[in-house]
Design a protein around this ligand. Sequence first.
Ligand code: UDP
Length: 304
Amino acid sequence: MCDYLLAKGMTLVGVDNLLTGSRQNIAHLASNPAFEFVEQDVTEPVDVGPIDYVLHMASPASPKDYLEYPIETLEVGSTGTRQMLEVAQRYGAKFLLTSTSECYGDPLVHPQTESYWGNVNPVGPRSCYDESKRFAEAMTMAYHRSRGVKTSIARIFNTYGPRMKLNDGRVVPAFVDQALRGEPITIFGDGSQTRSFCYVSDLIDGLVRLLVSGEAYPTNIGNPSEMTISQFADAIVALTGSKGGVVYHALPEDDPKQRKPDISKARRLLGWEPKVGLDEGLRVTVEYFRGLPPTGAPVRTATT
Ligand code: UDP
């Protein structure tokens, strides 16, 4: 997102406490005068001076990460969202919340339209993420309705691409890492659960279109091309030539059985739809991961 906006001539301030992120991902921007980085938790008051847009994207996003940091995840969705909305209100800036398809929980409506209210377990292990984002949406709508803040809400579906963490636990880096090391691919459950994977450049295009739109209600941004996790494992094997096979592990509690965005609204309102197919997106992603040090090795950062 930073690369995209800087290329458009914008000036940015990035705020991140790097709880799950990596400074390495912005190392190439360190000498760019149009980019400033503040290492800070957005649950603390932030003042970055007058700005035109607030993109509130802060949160752990991998199930492995938010299960490790459940309270931080709830805090960033609640207090963090409020702090960012305060910044937007103070400067009359447009606010974008990156919410999630997890708002639909284990959905009983398929594909998921924005009008579906979801099937979320409010006390299960994933609730720290799901309810945090649902609260964030409610807080955003409250600032919009009662304080007139210009806001938009994107519900992001599984996104992938370069600069993900190799060991963040999500299915794309996990399968690519295992395949590249010739280890068995770990399918959770029987692999019949579905996901729909969106390449990062498509996501960014959709988010920016939504940011400059006048739409306040949630809008799905994702790729409707749906597949089972077994099919996804096959795609990774075909791309990497892995001979490691697959191994089956228990399905995590409350793991959604199916997920596919209905993107009619984004098509109609934003003129947006994904352009990058899975083959092309995965090829670039695998190339990126091939260049990384193996799991467990320290990742070099700008400061070390
Ligand atoms: N998954 C898997 N093996 C892994 C990691 C994930 O089979 O090593 C499955 C997981 O159970 C889920 C899907 O892949 O059904 C997507 O998981 P991910 O953690 O990427 O994101 P989610 O969509 O669950 O938020």
